[in-house]
Write a protein of this length. Structure first.
Lengths: 117, 293
């Protein structure tokens, strides 16, 4: 009987927090979105490994808005109710590029370190 | 859907009981609850079960409310009720002892802002009172103030001072420095520095505008700060010029005037830098004006 494949361990609080900004910016770079859909996108992208405390997404979005990286506007969704959508600003696009460079450096270092010599 | 509506209304009340959030922020949370509930119902849950699970996933309403206030307030964590009321009470007594109209207006505004639990109150009070202590008493060559006012002001400073790390934000520090600059210009208004009355008037108006601009979270506040820094520097160099030309005597009073105006010029310059550096929308919003705990 084949041994059951254990799912990889879920990233801890620190990792989740550190990756929140680049993830949000990258998701919004694909197009405007709103809170509930963003949570879904994070879950899909990580295959369910990244579990965000759903309510805590909003303070993070509001902070990014405060920093001028994203902008919000209201629009009715397909449910007919009003939704607050977020989109990336010009500053946000620049911040995303910087974040991407930083994470590439970290990723490259880890890849090299893990390679068997 | 009455089960769902009731449960959602209850969640909103729990958030509101902890902190006063903007209506649009509450609507955003409600919309999330409704969508999550709809989704969970497609898996076969009853309405009541679905909304309970949705609320659980959204998280503890109290914690959520606190986090919202922290992020939404650009002036740092709000003062606790006890500290705000204590400082306001002392200011209420001191207000009877101030000397000029300019001072009176600020000393009336401060306790009102504190009692209304405005998040910007702390920065304003801190800047005005520290300047007041330094310029009106500590730097004076002879102690001629009322010891009660002196002690009272010290008490106010103790209550509004940041007691813990991260209790005060760069925006609050900028506001404190702008209030300091206003105090320096106000000193010019009541002392014999009024011979530079154009500079004093520009300093007073621009420093007041800078304070308002920071509370309003507008970037033009940096320009107002820069103007007040220039006006105060102008006063400072005129003082120096007077001394060099020996029209005034070099003594403790001269040092006091020079230091009062000089520290104001430095405060306004640092505030200019701080406001410019913090990212703000060009026009600002009134959000922070109405932000209370």
């Amino acid at each position: 009987m084949p041994r059951a494949v254990r799912p990889p361990p879920k990233p801890g609080k620190d990792l989740v927090a550190a990756s929140a900004t680049p993830l949000l910016l990258a998701i919004l770079n694909k197009g405007p979105s709103y809170g509930y859909a963003i949570i879904q996108a994070v879950r899909d992208l990580s295959g369910g490994a990244l579990e965000w405390s759903e309510g805590m997404l909003y303070p993070v979005l509001h902070r990014l808005e405060d920093q001028g990286l994203i902008e919000s506007y209201e629009q009715s969704g397909e449910t007919g109710r009003k939704r607050r959508y977020y989109r990336l600003s010009a500053d946000g696009k620049r911040a995303l590029a910087t974040e991407r460079q930083k994470w590439t450096v970290v990723n490259a270092a880890l890849e090299k370190a893990w390679r068997p010599t | 859907m009455t089960d769902v509506d009731d449960a959602i209304a209850k969640y909103r009340r729990q958030v509101e009981a902890e902190a006063k959030l903007a209506e649009s922020d509450l609507d955003e949370l409600e919309e999330h609850l409704r969508e999550l509930t709809d989704e969970l119902r497609t898996t076969g849950m009853s309405a009541a079960e679905a909304v309970t699970e949705a609320a659980r996933r959204l998280g503890d309403p109290r914690q959520l409310a606190r986090e919202h206030v922290r992020v939404r307030s650009p002036f740092g964590a709000p003062l606790s009720a006890a500290r705000a009321w204590s400082a306001a009470a002392i200011l209420g007594i001191i207000v009877m002892l101030v000397e000029t109209w300019v001072e009176l207006s600020v000393f009336v505004l401060m306790p009102i802002a504190l009692v209304a639990r405005k998040t910007w109150a702390r920065g304003l009070v801190l800047g005005v009172t520290v300047h007041f202590l330094l310029a009106r008493w500590l730097l004076r060559p002879h102690f001629d103030g009322d010891p009660l006012v002196w002690l009272g002001t010290l008490g106010v400073v103790a209550f509004v001072m940041p007691w813990r790390r991260r209790e005060i934000s760069p925006a609050a520090i900028a506001l404190a420095l702008q209030a300091w600059a206003f105090g320096s210009a106000a000193w010019g208004d009541m002392s014999f520095l009024e011979q530079y009355e154009t500079n004093v008037a520009i300093g007073l108006v621009s420093a007041a505008a800078a304070c308002f601009g920071t509370v309003y979270r507008a970037r033009w506040s940096a320009i107002a700060s820069a103007i007040s820094a220039l006006a105060l520097s102008g006063m400072m160099f005129s003082e120096l010029g007077e001394l060099v030309l020996s029209r005034r005597e070099f003594n403790g009073y001269w040092i006091h005037d020079f230091a009062t105006v000089g520290t104001g010029a430095i405060a306004a310059s640092v505030a200019t830098f701080l406001v410019w550096r913090t990212k703000r929308a060009a026009t600002g919003t009134f959000r922070s004006l109405t932000q209370t705990q």
